[in-house]
Design a protein around this ligand. Structure first.
Ligand code: ADP
Ligand code: MG
Ligand code: MG
Length: 889
């Protein structure tokens, strides 16, 4: 027989999946001997069963009865008994904390009789009627779906605060609430205590599938089929007078990570009053004055919990007539900065070791600490708080349409695009804007997905804002009006929206990474944990850097080489003209002279990069994009020629260029003449690049340096392609060696970015000395997606419909693209043991993907300079979480 019900004394903190977070921790505290009011937990399995069959499992009723009997005999009272009732709370609690589900119902067991029994027992009618009205409103709202209790209460209170209402007033409120329930549901509030209990349990199960809960799960990527547990807990009362009260506490400051005791306390109050904010709480420290015995006990329990959980705990407690009761604890949420500080403090306090500290902080948290931030101490006027959709701090003039955003940006203004929600039509405005603010939509809305893809700061779902695009303004909850052109500031890491220009500055962590001497406790903690990650990781970390400046920054950030140096930018700017000549060349001489002109420029670029990365490997990718990308656009050129023609003086070069552009036009440039195909089709192009690399290396060696070039051939699908190119490169190397006399040490390898390359990796590895997985193209080619097109058009829909939980461009698709990476790795290593393997797509800086690459046994990841610290940390965490290395954690 399946056990659906566990007593608090039967479980423990590691049973979150079965007992939910709240239930598992109540059990843990019970078994630690802490004062937890007795009770039991109905499992998530019972909920899953309910959701599958639309009914509670048949055994459940009996099992609840058994545990209720036990509870009644422990407490020496019977549920809802008329003379001296046992009362319970019915509390939802899933494995992951989940706002949006049913709240708790307190005081279950009260009815028209037992309310009098409670009054007599407590010798306090006011308390009893207050408790009953709470049951009626909580039960009425969450179980019966009735609204309007607050209004009824306000009418009766007629301006008096809760504390001024007497027993008779509460009794009147109770009558009115019962009336409201009767009118709204057509039946009386259930007087049978067990019926109350059973209905409340069902309501908790049902709340798993409310719109709000479903939406929240989708946003937080929590699976839909986990279900929630239900905790039935005997009531203790904080509303029994001045020697009673309720509060919340943190064992450290969850905002800053500072050690010490934080929290709020409210005298003579029950349950949600603290969080509801209807009455003013006092800082927890005041409790020492109010009730020193309880305070001391609480402080000692807090330190016990912290050493037991070895982490920051948050706590809910209640004091009933001088007796302290623990109602909840869990390892508390914290800001990214607090996460690093607390992990480091716990190491100092001997509670955890450095390995554990590194496992506890996340790459994403480090990334947050590196973003520019609003200068502290500025007088900020908060307009609203939305969802943190894409991090960073952005300041600009509000623009309400894409056109307006583009116009202002073109005029040199910083712009924040403000929309109710964005659609694919807003793309140009989003590109032009510094940041994006929407009033609707969650973390998978169009705005959020596209902004993250572009690296734009974004706050979405700020639903307190009333955006009126027609009028070109938005209104805040307090009536402030912001119109087109007014400056606002948004913080994509916190979701905050401010009025005016808030000064933006580098974060201390960024200043430290850049080499400034800006140490404080946070920076020290970050340095300590990242250094430790470095000492444990197996994956090396390289940078995607195309110039000496990026290379130098990458090195400061800890890069151990360049994994991807793109050469296309070396063909832009003033050099474009040379590329045009190359394309327009109709004789061998003309082509060679264009290439010869490019050679010294490329050589100088490489020399600077070798100098910045002296002693480290530098992987240089030969030219990848289609050549026509370097020519003017067809429309622009046609116009130019047409206008000139009309004036009878069209330049010969333009006319030739127009012909070339027409000739080279491709329907699908991504699948056209690019990568290795260019190298084969345009004689001399790749050999010129190879010569520039070798000459630069020779020069750097002569100057006493240590260059380590690795030449990477893009878009190879067949080993034959690579063979052709490698032969040419080899010849150039021999020639340069002869000419300069300098020894050349280099490798030739390929990107694996086409499914065919992955599937024939054994053959390719016979020729390639290294593989670098170009996971951006590999994702595009595997899914048949053109990133630029799909992200902005139907990705939000796909995320919404659950086709995937995360964009495969953000986090590597393990099943599909990952399978190709795995296959290529295995085949490559079988053909060439010791084959060097890396990743150069953006996934190289994505935490989840880094773990996957570690598991596959790759040698390094390469990512943009700003993601390097994140990749270092995550590579260390991957090693520390790897059971093969550290044992299960
Ligand atoms: P949440 O998940 O929203 O915190 P809880 O189940 O913890 O919901 O309950 C809401 C409030 O009711 C909390 O303040 C909690 O401490 C209080 N509460 C819950 N159960 C009891 C009880 N048995 N006795 C007294 N207060 C309780
Ligand atoms: Mg709540
Ligand atoms: Mg709680």
């Amino acid at each position: 027989m399946v056990t659906y019900v566990y007593d608090f004394s039967e479980g423990g903190k590691d049973q979150k999946d079965l007992l939910g977070g709240k239930g598992a921790n109540l059990a843990e505290m019970t078994n630690l001997g802490l004062p937890v009011p007795p009770g039991f937990t109905i499992t998530t399995e019972a909920c899953r069963q309910f959701l599958r069959t639309d009914d509670t499992p048949p055994e459940l009723t009996e099992q609840v009865t058994k545990h209720l009997d036990l509870l009644e005999s422990t407490m020496g009272k019977r549920l809802g008994a008329a003379d001296d009732p046992l009362l319970v709370s019915v509390r939802s609690g899933a494995a992951a904390s989940m706002p949006g589900m049913m709240e708790t119902v307190l005081n279950v067991g009260l009815n028209d009789q037992s309310v009098r029994g409670l009054a007599a027992q407590a010798d306090d009618p006011r308390f009893a009627w207050d408790s009953y009205r709470r049951l009626l409103s909580m039960f009425g709202r969450t179980v019966l779906g009735v609204e309007g209790f607050e209004e009824v209460l306000q009418e009766i209170a007629a301006g008096r605060p809760d504390t001024a209402l007497e027993a008779a007033d509460w009794q009147q409120v109770v009558d009115a609430f019962q009336q409201l329930i009767r009118e709204a549901t057509g039946r009386d509030f259930p007087q049978d205590p067990r019926e109350q209990l059973d209905l409340a349990v069902r309501a908790v199960f049902e709340s798993w599938n409310t719109d709000r809960a479903t939406l929240y799960r989708r946003q937080e990527r929590i699976p839909d089929d986990l279900g929630t547990a239900v905790n039935v807990c005997s009531m203790v009362f904080g509303n029994l007078g001045a020697d009673s009260g309720t509060g919340v506490a943190f064992t450290r400051d969850p905002a800053s990570g500072a050690s010490g005791i934080y929290g709020d306390y409210l005298q003579n109050a029950q349950g949600e009053d603290v969080v509801a904010g209807t009455r003013n709480t006092v800082p927890l420290a005041e409790l020492e004055r109010i009730d020193k015995t309880s305070y001391d006990e609480l402080v000692s329990i807090m330190s016990r919990l912290e050493s037991h959980y070895r982490d920051l705990c948050d706590i809910e407690f209640t004091i009933e007539r001088g007796t302290l009761w623990m109602l909840q604890t869990r390892v508390g949420k914290r800001t990214p900065g607090a996460a690093f500080r607390i992990a480091s403090q716990l190491v100092d306090e001997g509670l955890i070791d450095l390995d554990e500290a590194v496992r506890r902080v996340k790459g994403e948290q480090l990334a947050q600490l590196m973003f520019p931030q609003f200068a502290p101490g500025t007088d900020l006027r908060l307009l609203a708080v939305g969802m943190s959709a894409s991090p960073g701090a952005a300041v600009g003039a509000a623009a309400f349409t894409s056109e307006e955003a583009m116009a202002r940006a073109e005029a040199g203004e910083d712009v924040i695009l403000v929309r109710r929600e964005t659609t694919p039509d807003d793309l140009h405005g989003m590109v032009a804007a510094r940041g994006i603010l929407t009033a609707r939509g969650g973390k998978t809305s169009h705005a959020a997905v596209v902004a993250r893809g572009m690296g734009r700061t974004c706050v979405c779902g700020a639903d307190a804002l009333d955006v009126d695009v027609r009028a070109g303004l938005f209104r805040t909850a307090d009536g402030t009006v912001v119109t087109e052109g007014d400056v606002i500031s948004i913080d994509g890491s916190t979701g905050e929206v401010f009025l005016g220009a808030v000064p933006v500055e580098h974060s201390p962590v960024m200043r430290y990474l850049e080499g400034e001497d800006a140490r404080d406790e946070l920076v020290d903690a970050v340095a300590r944990l990242v250094d430790h990650a470095d000492s444990t990781r197996r994956l090396r970390v390289r940078a995607n850097a195309d110039n000496a400046e990026d290379a130098a920054r990458a090195r400061r950030f800890g890069a151990e080489g360049i994994g991807l140096c793109r050469t296309e930018h070396m063909f832009l700017g003033e050099r474009r003209e040379l590329v045009e000549s190359l394309i327009l060349a109709d004789t061998t001489e003309a082509r060679q002279s264009a290439l010869a002109a490019l050679l010294p420029l490329q050589r100088a670029d490489f020399e600077a990069i070798f100098a910045a990365m002296d002693g480290c490997p530098v992987t240089i990718r030969l030219l990848d994009p289609p050549l026509h990308e370097f020519l003017p656009g067809l429309t622009e050129l046609s116009m130019r020629v047409a206008v000139a023609d009309a004036a009878g003086k069209a330049a010969r070069r333009d006319v030739k260029m127009l012909e070339a552009v027409k000739r080279m036009h491709e329907q699908n440039p991504m699948l056209g003449l690019r990568g290795v195909r260019l190298g084969i089709a345009i004689p001399g192009l790749f050999t010129m690049q190879a010569r520039a690399i070798f000459e630069a290396a020779a020069a750097h060696t002569s100057a006493g340096g240590d260059p380590r070039p690795e030449i990477m051939v893009p878009l190879v699908a067949a080993v034959q392609e690579l063979e052709l190119v490698k032969d040419d490169i080899q010849k150039v190397a021999e020639a340069v060696q002869r000419e300069t006399g300098a020894p050349l040490d280099f490798k030739v390898g390929t990107m694996i970015e086409l499914p065919r390359a992955a599937l024939t990796a054994d053959a390719i590895a016979e020729v390639a000395e290294f593989f670098s997985f170009g996971t951006n193209d590999l994702t595009q080619m595997t899914w048949g997606f053109s990133r630029d097109d799909v992200e902005a058009s139907f990705f939000p829909l796909y995320l919404d419909k659950g086709v995937f939980g995360t964009s495969p461009f953000e986090s590597l698709d393990r099943q599909g693209v990952g399978a190709l990476v795995r296959t290529a790795t295995e085949k490559g290593l079988a053909a060439r043991p010791g084959l060097h393997l890396g990743v150069c797509g953006e996934h190289g800086g994505d935490p989840d993907s880094v773990h996957f690459f570690h598991e596959l046994g790759l040698d390094y990841v390469s990512c943009s300079p700003f993601r390097i610290p994140v990749a270092r940390l995550e590579a260390g965490r991957a090693a520390l979480m790897d059971p093969a290395i550290s044992g299960p954690t």
